[in-house]
Design a binder for this molecule. Structure first.
Ligand SMILES: *[C@@H]1O[C@H](CO)[C@@H](O)[C@H](O)[C@H]1NC(C)=O
Ligand SMILES: *[C@@H]1O[C@H](CO)[C@@H](O)[C@H](O)[C@H]1NC(C)=O
Ligand SMILES: *[C@@H]1O[C@H](CO)[C@@H](O)[C@H](O)[C@H]1NC(C)=O
Ligand SMILES: *[C@@H]1O[C@H](CO)[C@@H](O)[C@H](O)[C@H]1NC(C)=O
Length: 266
């Protein structure tokens, strides 16, 4: 290839003369090098986009260069980390495969870039849809009159409608007795000063367009252990102290007697 261009150059030189040939060479050198006219596409699209996909399936993203005149190396990024690509999967076209797609891939950005000019790029953000996933500490034993919170952690896309039920019935929320706090990732029921009647099975119900998911939380309210009052403890201590003191006093009399005996016996 180089020998051929060298040969053509010599021909041009002969035909045009040195000055013209130099001018032509200058034009050629300064032509396409500076800015690239190459564009990249991901799955045929030239602009950033959101890919809607359920979890559990495989997603393949194919990046390709267009309007290029030579080998173009491509780079793939997952968020800010570069993806390790096999040789043969870097020049002109390059694909990455996410398999299987999980909930953790939701919101993750994949970007294909031209190595030579990294401003030429296309990003894809995954929108992974999955049924509600519930978790939490679902066995609690609590003494009457203590405060308790049932926290149902939830992950879902699309967002789920949340509800608490008690012993398979709608939980009638009493003002001042129940408090509900909802964030994007948790659904909390707080009961200050639990009563024996709060004992039971609470169900955290998450309804999304994909599925209705339920998790049971068992709340066991135990009798309040009667507290021992401080006065009683002090009184008990005094009694013990006095008993010991009297005991010693009585012993002392006997102790004092003993030498007398020994004296008599001795
Ligand atoms: C690719 O090149 C053709 C011809 O030069 C041009 O019409 C087209 O707009 C280019 N495509 C892109 C995406 O730049
Ligand atoms: C990449 O594309 C260029 C321009 O079309 C072409 O000359 C080259 O052979 C291609 N390289 C590979 C490895 O396909
Ligand atoms: C993700 O997909 C769901 C279901 O198709 C849609 O309701 C939601 O708006 C999408 N979210 C984003 C950020 O695109
Ligand atoms: C308290 O609730 C638990 C959990 O639902 C249940 O197993 C237990 O039988 C209940 N105890 C009483 C006394 O209702």
């Amino acid at each position: 290839m180089q020998r051929r261009s060298l040969h053509s150059l010599r021909m041009v030189w002969k035909i045009m003369g040195p000055l013209q040939a130099c001018k032509l060479l200058l034009v050629i050198v300064s032509l396409p090098q500076g800015r690239t006219s190459s564009v990249v596409t991901v799955n045929g699209r030239t602009e950033n986009y959101v890919l809607d996909t359920p979890s559990g399936v495989q997603a393949s993203l194919e990046c390709a260069v267009q309007n290029h005149t030579r080998d173009e190396e491509l780079l793939w990024y997952r968020e800010d980390g570069i993806v390790d690509l096999r040789t043969g999967n870097k020049i002109n076209t390059s694909s990455v495969c996410v398999s299987p797609i999980s909930e953790e891939d939701d919101g993750v950005r994949f970007t294909c870039k031209l190595r030579r000019d990294q401003t030429v790029s296309v990003s894809v953000v995954l929108n992974v849809t999955f049924p509600p996933l519930l978790s939490g500490d679902n066995f609690q034993t609590i003494e009457e009159d203590s405060d308790v919170s049932l926290v149902c952690n939830v992950k879902a896309n699309p967002q789920a409608q949340m509800e608490w039920r008690k012993d398979n019935d709608i939980l009638v929320l009493e003002k001042g007795r129940h408090q509900i706090q909802e964030t994007k990732e948790s659904f909390r029921l707080s009961i200050p000063k639990v009563k024996k009647s709060d004992n039971g099975t609470y169900s955290c119900v998450a309804s999304s367009a994909l599925k209705v998911e339920t998790m049971d939380f068992y709340l066991v309210v135990t009798d309040k252990v009667p507290g021992v009052p401080v006065e009683a403890i002090i009184a008990a201590c005094v009694v013990v102290f006095l008993t010991l003191a009297f005991g010693l006093f009585a012993r002392r009399k006997r102790i004092m007697k003993v030498p007398k005996y020994s004296k008599l016996l001795g």
